[in-house]
Structure formats: C-alpha cells, structure tokens
Write a protein that binds this ligand. Sequence first.
Ligand SMILES: [Zn+2]
Length: 129
Amino acid sequence: MTNSTRCACGSIQNYTECCQLFHDGTHFPITAEALMRSRYSAYVLQNSDYLLATWHKTTRPIQLDFSEDNTTWQKLEILHTKKGGAKDDKGRVEFNAYMLDGETRLTMHEISRFKKIAGRWFYVDGVLN
Ligand SMILES: [Zn+2]
C-alpha cells in the first residue's frame, strides 16, 4: 500500500488521509467503527504495534507474529454497529472480513466488542460465528 492508494479499510479515502492518521498516532478514532476499520487496515499492513496498542489490556496478547502468516486480506464489510459513537464508552461492530489463506477463500464473520477508556477506543474481544 503506497501513500496514494485507497485505504484498505474500505473507505474511499487515501491511506494518508484515513487510517494512517491513526497508525501514526497523530489522531485517535472517534468511533468504535473507525477503530475497527483502522485495526483491519493494520492487519493488512501487518502493523502489530498498532494492533497491540489498540487492544484492551485484559485481552491483549503479548505479541503478534506475522512471520508465518499467509493471509491476504481482501475486503472489510461492516454489517452493523451498536453504540460505539463519540458519546458512548462501549460499542459493538459486526463485520465480515474476506481473506485468502494461501489459495483458500475464507470469510470471517465476527461481532467485536470495544471499550473507551480515557477518550480512546480499545478492542476487547470478538465472537466468531
Ligand atoms: Zn482507512
């Protein structure tokens, strides 16, 4: 992904005007959905620092290792959001993430939970179904 490329999160903006602002730490997502999108594009970019920094401390893994990862993320589709707005401190985002694992097409359907602490959103956990 180069600077003039559309952001992988599915917005119609360039990366530099979209999730890069969050990945750089110059801006923080205002909504749970924006955090969700920025985490998806961080997965696309294998930006483990950002993923860990936006993971709630109670559920955060010690590290993320992408060295053996064969996933090619193709598309994020937000299906539904519940709360997670600028004035909320909790939110849920239901989404489909489309990916290739090697040659195999997979769809990940998840409802993710988010919490806001001191004005910043964090990913808590997700239910796959
Ligand atoms: Zn984006």
